[in-house]
Design a protein around this ligand. Structure first.
Ligand code: AOF
Ligand code: ZN
Length: 340
């Protein structure tokens, strides 16, 4: 790894501090160097507030400096003014950029604006790493759908729920806590009808600090009406995708979709709602729908030591293992889909 890459790694680390706080904006980090010293650092901290470049440069004399930024600086007036104008005003000498901004409002315009102002540009320093970090943002713009993460826990003998569709007690308490952390990191969490009814999860992130995701349930026939269904409570917003009705009651919104191509229609609607990532938490039927259509990007599977006599069989998928962790007596494998 060269010296420039080492500094860009720092930028990526800073950017990651925004996870779960800036969506639907990207994660962005920025490091400012002058005379071989870091003189400023910043990241995009809160959606709608100042961008990484402004946070890194606002209180320093950046004239003649080299700026490392994980995403192409923006050139548009959005919720904040263009970062390009700010960098030009600060008289920086050079900007190193890890990845282009896929947002069509920017996409190369930021670089052009900086070049036109006589600022030296160097591209693609740790591009792969920066794109992976912003995989939700890139998937949203390049594939016009949210980034899909499948998640399940399976017993030693390959079940993900008992014969009554209940799945709460398969993974250990540490694994369950990690899932709450994941919920704070994604825009939405999704389950199918059976899971909502029989497992009756809250789908909140009550065991971790951070925001609750939007809850999504696939209820094609609008059959979930029981007042005791937890996902209808007011802890978080809930979207009920069905083929019957459109209505809104308090924090719950029923959205009607054509039955044919239900999953594809769902993804299109989520895109229009600016939902950039979805954690699919089951059950088996719902997970299998995404797997069979090959509409998934990542799968996080807990392999647990428990046994269950007769149960719902766990789905299976093909993917590259990119992470293998022991969580006490559970094993967490993370798969990446290389076919999408
Ligand atoms: C940057 N640095 O830190 C971020 C950028 O509405 P706004 O003003 O917040 O603009 C949002 C868009 O700006 C977002 O979709 C993405 O294209 C870019 N985000 N750009 O130079 C940053 N967060
Ligand atoms: Zn900006």
């Amino acid at each position: 790894m060269n010296d420039f890459e080492k500094i860009m790694i720092r930028g990526i680390q800073l950017a990651e501090l925004g996870l779960g706080k800036v969506s639907p904006n990207p994660l962005v980090g920025c490091v400012v160097m002058k005379d071989d010293k870091i003189i400023g650092e910043g990241w995009h901290k809160v959606y709608g507030e100042s961008h990484a470049e402004v946070n890194a440069l606002k209180n320093i004399d950046a004239e003649g400096s080299t700026v490392f930024v994980t995403l192409e600086p923006c050139s548009h007036f959005g919720k904040t003014p263009p970062c390009t104008d700010f960098l030009i005003q600060k008289k920086v000498k050079k900007v190193l950029i890890a990845s282009l901004d896929p947002n069509p409002l920017i996409n190369g315009r930021g670089i052009q604006k900086l070049k036109d102002a006589g600022i030296e540009i160097e591209m693609n320093c740790l591009e792969k790493e920066a794109k992976w970090m912003n995989r939700r943002f890139f998937t949203f713009f390049n594939k016009q759908r949210p980034y899909i993460i499948l998640k399940w826990a399976q017993t030693f003998n390959g079940s993900i729920a008992d014969k009554n569709f209940r799945s709460q007690w398969i993974s250990n308490k540490y694994s369950r806590k990690i899932v709450h952390k994941w919920r704070t990191e994604e825009d939405a969490v999704l389950v199918g009808y059976n899971t909502a009814l029989y497992d009756n999860p809250l789908l909140t992130a009550r065991d971790w600090e951070g925001r609750n995701p939007t809850r999504i349930v696939l209820d094609e026939y609008n059959a979930l009406s029981d007042a005791n269904i937890h996902i209808f409570n007011t802890d978080a917003n809930t979207l009920i995708f069905n083929s019957i009705i459109e209505k809104e009651i308090k924090n719950c919104r029923w959205i009607r979709l054509e039955k044919e191509y239900f999953i594809e229609n769902l993804l299109k609607t989520l895109h229009t709602l600016h939902i950039q990532s979805v954690l699919v938490e089951g059950g088996s039927k719902t997970l299998s729908k995404f797997i069979h259509k090959n509409i998934w990007d990542e799968a996080r599977v807990f392999y647990c030591s428990q046994k269950m006599d007769i149960g719902v069989a766990a789905p299976s998928l093909n993917g590259d293992i990119i992470q293998n962790d022991s969580i006490f007596d559970d094993t967490l494998l993370v798969y990446k889909n290389n076919e999408v």
